[in-house]
Write a protein that binds this ligand. Structure first.
Ligand SMILES: [Zn+2]
Ligand SMILES: [Zn+2]
Length: 247
């Protein structure tokens, strides 16, 4: 056995000490409640915060998933103006810990949260939208033209991998930049997105069954606009979002 030079031993001990000090000083903490993350499966947020995120329990429109009073099967807009998608479901209401986690992911750019959010999408598919799909397609955003962190495509890619189907962001593109839907009236929301989306160049879409995903839905206008373009291209659309804002 070769003797380890004293200087090397010291350096090794010093490195270890530094590691211990670093982990004591920079112990990862939950980004939502601030408690220490102690379990190996905890990433970014703690187990207790994760447990607070649960599926919607309210009565929902059988078609578009909007929360409606008990005893009703479909909402007024689905009855009067049937949507271009087959069904739409959200994981839960856009409030509480789910809302905080989505904001943290999107605006805090905490990329590892994509795995947890992809799990929520997948749970919703298993529970509410069983069936066979050919691809996951994200609602295109103005940001998706830019480089850097793209929250929806990042989570969509993980979801597609977990479902074992292709992720095809190129199937649907945004042709022009539009002001955010938030803060617009319902009528403005509809016209704001006129001509904004199109099938991607060379997209062989006809006959596909796709899961169209977005993070949050409010009036459902964006999903309807995107689904209409895809449907015109011969696609059968099922829509899937994480949070549903209460109107
Ligand atoms: Zn927490
Ligand atoms: Zn409806």
């Amino acid at each position: 056995m070769r003797a380890v030079p004293f200087r090397k031993t010291l350096a090794g001990a010093g490195g270890l000490l530094l590691q211990v000090m670093r982990s004591a000083l920079f112990r990862p903490s939950c980004r939502l409640c601030g408690c220490d993350l102690v379990c190996s499966e905890e990433r970014v947020i703690c187990r207790d915060c994760r447990k607070k995120i649960g599926p919607a329990a309210e009565n929902q429109c059988q078609v578009c998933g909007k929360f409606i009073p008990d005893g009703m099967a479909a909402c007024g807009s689905c009855l009067l103006d049937p949507p271009p998608f087959e069904r739409h479901r959200s994981y839960a209401a856009y409030e509480g810990t789910l809302r905080e986690a989505i904001i943290l992911y999107k605006f805090g750019e905490i990329e590892p949260l994509k795995y947890m959010l992809a799990d929520l999408y997948r749970e919703t598919v298993a529970r509410e939208l069983p069936g066979a799909y050919d691809a996951v397609v994200p609602v295109p955003s103005d940001r998706s033209r830019h480089r850097g962190f793209q929250p929806l495509p990042a989570a969509g890619k993980v979801l597609a991998r977990r479902l074992g189907i292709p992720f095809r962001p190129g199937l649907l593109v945004k042709k022009k930049s539009t002001p955010p839907q938030v803060g617009l009236t319902q009528a403005q929301r509809r016209t704001n997105l006129d001509g904004a989306f199109a099938l991607g160049p060379g997209a062989k879409a006809a006959g596909l069954r796709v899961l169209l995903i977005d993070d949050v839905t409010t009036t459902g206008t964006t999903i309807r606009k995107c689904a209409a373009i895809l449907k015109k291209g011969g696609v059968r659309v099922t829509a899937l979002t994480l949070g549903q804002a209460r109107l």
